[in-house]
Ligand binder design. Structure first.
Ligand SMILES: [Zn+2]
Length: 94
């Protein structure tokens, strides 16, 4: 086994999100559907599942963009907040 493929400083979860998530404003919210047609969302980084319903291994709260279109789980938020320079505001409903 060699470690040649693991680049230091590059996390497997990073796939160009800095193009649309750099320096954005996030707020901590209870998960709500963005659209009636969608029953779930995924963390922009690790793909953890956000759902309204109670299922094993789903998240019900997380950090989201102001339009509630993109969601980030707490762990990824903590891991990337400095790199992405996020601004966190308190959500109006909570
Ligand atoms: Zn995540």
């Amino acid at each position: 086994m060699s470690n040649e493929n693991s680049k230091p400083g590059q996390d497997w979860r990073l796939m160009g999100q800095e193009n649309y998530l750099k320096s954005v404003t996030l707020s901590w919210r209870k998960y709500a559907r963005y659209s009636e047609k969608w029953d779930q969302d995924h963390c922009e980084f690790c793909s953890a599942k956000f759902m309204v319903e109670d299922y094993p291994d789903v998240l019900h709260e997380g950090y989201c963009t102001e339009n509630q279109y993109r969601w980030i789980c707490q762990k990824c938020f903590e891991d990337f907040k400095e790199q992405f320079d996020w601004k966190v505001i308190k959500s109006k409903d909570g």
